[in-house]
Design a binder for this molecule. Structure first.
Ligand code: NAD
Length: 505
């Protein structure tokens, strides 16, 4: 692959056109590895959101999209998937330099993006089905699923391309029009997606991108009365602010929020595999992963041995240039996030935890590197055990009994994911059911099939994405009642009419 030029400004994509922001504002996009400016990005604000909503509304109401036959609509979805496949190397590269995620991992992530589009094209064809009820042999009632309208999609920076396509694919395949507000720290692959959609020839206004900041572009999208739904992935506090701001216009919300997921390792587990899964689960994606197993609960009898092995792994993880195929952990995305994660390491020390770290090779001082880190001697009530750090930092705790493990795992406000390691399958099922989270894995790392529901409970989210579960959010269920016989209809006003006619005679 010839490396793409990324110096060009990133523009908004509205109504089928690449354009500057209404007021001409821009912001700089910097490399997390070198701190150099990668490019400037058009900074959309409320005027740009208004324009995008108008384009999306027109395309839905008056344009070709709203009246298009399903198969034709889905042919565009397949086209997007094919074009993603064609550009996969470039997308993986852009994602890596933009976010600091190791290229080996962005290659895997971005290849799943094409599958998201194909999967939803198939789902709409095969699973977007209604129900029919015959009522008293006099009626046929049936349901149909209609697109909701203009969908506002707001996404984070931690796995941008995959998370964006995860929302865009079901939103478009079910017939909505879309405005994407990507995270301001990772605009490059969203911009590539705009180019792909443009090349696929989607009718103008069906898909729009407004880059910009959450407080301006994001907030305007949320408050806009002509946007019917907001699918949001990001921090829990942002999610609740969005729900407040969208209340006046009665938005439909899907919320995929933060996590602090437990991994519980019992003494009867396959320790080597549990270790592999635990290390991957917290240190892949630089630890910036919503489903990361950031709290490790070890049964006391195996704790010392497991911690020794963890230390060995942490010291040997390859930290380096994100575009090197050998790199396992790259730099964190942004100076603000870097400072936030480092601040948590100070808090850990203040709270009395022991901080054990791997190393960052010399020469990488310009990158936002935090070495893979273990927090030992942690107590469940410490802030570092309760709050989402969202970096390569694992809080390690111990337990003696199954009940204690479950209690500690649940003693937190989050409920996104959980991992259980044991060779006693009765216990595996029992604990998986008892842990309060939307998604549990038993003797497995985070392997996900697109058909299954994705989402969290408690402060980790509302609703489910994935599979046919996305239809509940992206479509409006409509019931049509048809009379098939001469059922009784009350005749108000007729009795009086009959008696007055009789009187006249
Ligand atoms: P964030 O909440 O800071 O930002 C996410 C998006 O929201 C960005 O596009 C941002 O510009 C926008 N935004 C911010 N304020 C807004 C406002 N007032 N109105 C409208 N939009 C606004 O999150 P982040 O730092 O980008 O991402 C990290 C977080 O995302 C972590 O908490 C992580 O756990 C979570 N996450 C969750 C999942 C999941 O599926 N549950 C997946 C990935 C990431």
């Amino acid at each position: 692959m010839t490396k793409p030029t990324i110096k060009d400004p990133v523009q908004l994509y509205i109504g089928g056109e690449f354009r500057s922001a209404h007021k001409g504002n821009t912001f700089e996009n910097k490399s997390p590895y070198t701190q150099e400016t990668l490019n400037v990005v058009a900074e959309g604000r409320s005027e740009d959101i208004d324009l995008a909503v108008k384009a999306a509304r027109d395309a839905f109401r008056n344009g070709a999209w709203g009246s298009m036959k399903v198969n034709e609509r889905l042919s565009y979805i397949y086209k997007i998937a094919d074009l993603i496949d064609k550009n996969i190397e470039e997308i993986a590269y852009l994602e890596s330099i933009d976010t600091g995620l190791p290229i080996k991992q962005t290659k895997k992530m971005t290849s799943r993006a094409a599958s998201n589009f194909r999967f939803y094209a198939e789902m709409v064809k095969n699973r977007m089905v209604g129900e029919a009820y015959k009522v008293d042999d006099e009626f046929l009632n049936y349901t149909v699923q209609k697109p909701v309208g203009v969908a506002g999609l707001i996404t984070p920076w931690n796995a941008p391309f995959m998370l964006e396509t995860w929302k865009i694919a079901p939103a478009l395949a079910t017939g909505n029009t879309v405005i994407l507000k990507p995270a301001e720290w990772s605009p490059l692959t969203a911009n590539k997606l705009a180019e792909i959609v443009d090349q696929a020839g989607l009718p103008e206004g069906v898909f729009n991108i407004v880059h910009g900041f959450g407080e301006t572009a994001g907030a305007s999208l949320v408050a806009h009365p002509d946007v019917q739904l907001i699918s949001f992935t990001g921090e829990t506090t942002t999610g609740s602010e969005i729900m407040r701001n969208g209340a006046a216009s009665l938005k439909r919300f899907s919320m995929e929020l933060g996590g602090k997921s437990p991994i519980i390792v019992f003494d009867d587990a396959d320790i080597e595999r549990a270790l592999d899964a635990c290390v991957w689960g917290i240190f892949s994606f630089n630890g910036e992963r919503c489903t990361a197993n950031s709290r490790l609960f070890l049964q006391e009898s195996i704790a010392d041995r497991f911690i020794e092995q963890l230390k060995e792994r942490v010291s040997n993880i390859i930290v380096g240039d994100p575009s090197d195929m050998k790199t396992e952990v790259g730099p964190l995305i942004h100076t603000e996030h870097f400072n936030r994660v480092k601040h948590y390491l100070d808090i850990a020390t203040e709270e009395g935890a022991e901080v054990y770290q791997g190393t960052v090779p010399s020469g990488l001082e310009n990158g936002y590197f935090v070495p893979p880190t273990l927090l030992l001697n942690v107590k469940n009530e410490m802030r570092v055990a309760q709050e989402e750090i969202f970096g390569p930092v694992l809080a390690v705790m111990t337990f003696t009994s199954e009940e204690e493990a479950v209690h500690m795992a649940n003693d937190i406000r989050y409920g996104l994911a959980g991992y259980v390691w044991t060779n006693d399958m009765k216990k595996g099922h029992r604990v998986a059911e008892a842990v309060e989270a939307g998604m549990l894995w038993v003797n497995s790392q985070n392997v996900r099939d697109l058909r299954i529901p994705f989402g969290g409970s408690k402060f980790s989210g509302i609703g489910r994405e994935g599979g046919h579960y996305a239809f509940e959010f992206y479509t409006e269920m409509k019931v049509i009642h048809v009379s098939t016989a001469e059922h009784h209809i009350p005749q108000f006003g007729k009795a009086n009419l009959a008696s007055s006619t009789a009187t006249q005679k």
